[in-house]
Design a protein around this ligand. Sequence first.
Ligand code: F6P
Length: 319
Amino acid sequence: MNKIAVFTSGGDAPGMNAAVRAVVRKSIFHGLKIYGIKRGFHGLINQEIIPMQLGSVADTIHRGGTILLTARSPDFLTTEGQSKAIAFLQEQEIDGLVVIGGDGSFRGARVLHEAGIATVGVPGTIDNDVAFTDYSIGFDTAINTVIDAINKLRDTATSHERIYVIEVMGRSSGHIALMAGLAGGAESIIVPEAPFDLTEVCNRLQRGVDRGKLHSIILVAEGAGSAMHVGGEIKRILQLEVRVTILGHLQRGGTPSAFDRILASRLGAKAVDLLLEGQSGVMVGFYKGEIKATSFDDVFSQAQAFIWDDYKLAAILAI
Ligand code: F6P
């Protein structure tokens, strides 16, 4: 192993820079040459490669987004795009690749692994929807962003005695909604993993109003439906004042939390170790308290576990 390349792919996530920094510095520590590919798989096809030095990642650990830029690459879904990317990596004599991204990025990474390029994945997505890692880089920061928004919305919700329906990201998963809802004291959490009963949501809201609650917060995961729809229905059924806030892409930005920086530093560094050990076709995750490598095949074989105990607990605590 002499030359390693790293790139970020898919939706950006706070902490990706800390992961890139760890890959770059750990590689240099081991005397390896390290390169950055810009714009993920798109950049691989378009040959966007830059040498990275210690200073390339200076002053980045606290920055959100990704200094390597990112993209979603429809071209890499084609065999032509894949062949171009593989040929480019071979021409450049890249011996090992670190791919920082989510499930979709790892499916691309597996193609490269199967073509004989040693490839290790590092989970970076706010959605936390990748199996075999309890946390993906960016999730902690994103839920803290949601909590910050809930705190602010609570102030105005209380003053006006309103119900707030807040839509959060997560693609087809409800992990952001669940954890932000538990930490933010939401009255109801609507997620794709659980059946959604609007009557129960309304009954709960009405009970709150009857005992003098000044406001209520409902969290809706984007994968479970539209907050506009839920808000409209609650207003129609209860005849109470309702406002809807869609948090959108602001959940993807901001300085990474300490947790995400630490996670990213550990996983990025471990990815380099795994390549040096000769591993490929694996994702390095933080699973059941340990930094652990799991094959892409196993990662794709199951969905991230939904924490039903927390879902039930959130409902009990919001009684
Ligand atoms: O996967 C991260 C994520 O932010 C999802 O939560 C969301 O559904 C999606 O990306 C949005 O993608 P885009 O940035 O392409 O609008």
